[in-house]
Design a protein around this ligand. Structure first.
Ligand code: AMP
Ligand code: MG
Length: 342
């Protein structure tokens, strides 16, 4: 098992690698602006083309930091999610209600694979904590049962959230970074003179501007990348079993949990990248598709008009049809298997 400082370092390295793979040439040009800050437990890298980039950057930094501190963080005592978790429900801000309702839709359409009520279960596993350990099967089962269908209800009128069990805790970890992308786009960029922006919030990236962008898919086993996607403006999110994990007796236990068993998903996947017009959707679906696996994700992806790239532990890359001609494999140890060939 890794010690605390090593784990933190590996997390930061993973995030930075994803960012540097977002090969957006203007970030290196003289008129390009690039700066990063830390929020949502990850680094946030902002690249801009505009008249007053420093000012826009500051607005983005404030917006994402507040979204974290005041709304989504499970640990900030001023956040809505912290308060709702502490009180076992309660009223929340209209902005959060909208996102929670979208997440309930994704929970339903994913057949429960995307389950954002498993905060207590993730806490029990302790990913990212100093001494993570495999919890007892009995305790896992208890929390799995509590997180089952209909675990929370949101009343759009009163904005009241009700929990079906005191054991529940909301966890925005699988969609929060995508929500940040939607907020940046709708609250800042759409109201500004920014012509191009690439905002990378951990593994979720917003590509904004009227051109194609190149985005690298990270090597699950190293620092480089294994493939490059050429994409029009959109949101791209990646979920991977290499992002947050601990090892015990030679076995890796990672942070994406199967809501049916309460254990880390083991289906041969190393990472899933989802492309959508909407950040909340790309982020939530990357987690959902990781849980559902290659053969069971097509319906969900189609329903939300998304494309995806699946990277397996045995070095195969599967794509949905929509993306098959937009990917270039850059690591020859990986084999591309197109959707129609699988
Ligand atoms: P991501 O990196 O977007 O796939 O999000 C993973 C994070 O979401 C984890 O660190 C947990 O906080 C949470 N999580 C784990 N499993 C699930 C799941 N099946 N559905 C929703 N959230 C999950
Ligand atoms: Mg996600």
């Amino acid at each position: 098992m890794k010690n605390f400082s090593v784990k933190i370092l590996s997390l930061i390295t993973a995030a930075v690698t994803v960012l540097s793979l977002c090969s957006c040439s203007f970030g290196k040009e003289k008129d390009g602006f690039e700066k990063e800050f830390f929020a949502m437990d990850t680094s946030v890298d902002i690249r801009l083309k505009c008249e007053n980039c420093e000012e826009t950057y500051k607005q983005i930094e404030e917006l994402v930091s507040s979204l974290d501190k005041d709304f989504l963080s499970p640990t900030s005592t001023t956040s809505s999610i912290y308060k709702v978790n502490k009180n076992g429900g309660g009223e929340v801000d209209p902005k959060l209600v909208g996102y929670l309702l979208s997440m309930i839709v994704i929970n339903n359409k994913s057949g429960g694979a995307f389950n954002f009520c498993m905060g207590s279960l993730s806490e029990l596993w302790g990913f990212g904590k100093e001494n993570p350990a495999v919890p007892s099967a009995k305790k896992i089962k208890e929390l799995v049962n509590a997180c089952d269908k209909g675990a929370i209800a949101v009343d759009p009128g009163t904005r009241e959230i009700t929990f079906s069990s005191p054991l529940l805790k909301l966890d925005m970890g699988a969609a929060g970074k995508g929500i940040a992308l939607d907020e940046i786009k709708n609250e800042i960029l759409a109201k500004s003179n920014v012509t191009e922006c690439v905002a990378a919030v951990g593994g979720s990236i917003l590509l904004y501007g009227e051109r194609n962008f190149s985005v690298g898919i990270k090597d699950p086993n190293g620092a480089g990348y294994i493939a490059v996607l050429t994409l029009p403006p959109c949101c791209v999110s990646t979920s991977g079993n290499y992002e947050r994990y601990f090892e015990k007796n030679g076995k890796r236990y990672h942070h994406i949990l199967d809501p049916e068993t309460g254990y880390p998903v083991e289906n041969g996947l190393a990472g899933v990248t989802v492309i959508s017009e909407n950040g909340t959707v790309s982020d939530a679906l990357s987690t959902a598709c990781f849980v559902k696996g290659i053969n069971n994700s097509a319906g969900l992806l189609k329903e939300f008009n998304c494309s995806a790239v699946f990277v397996t532990e045995d070095k195969k890359i599967y794509t949905t049809k929509g993306i098959a001609d937009k990917i270039e494999i850059t690591d020859s140890s990986y084999t591309l298997v197109k959707a129609d060939e699988k």
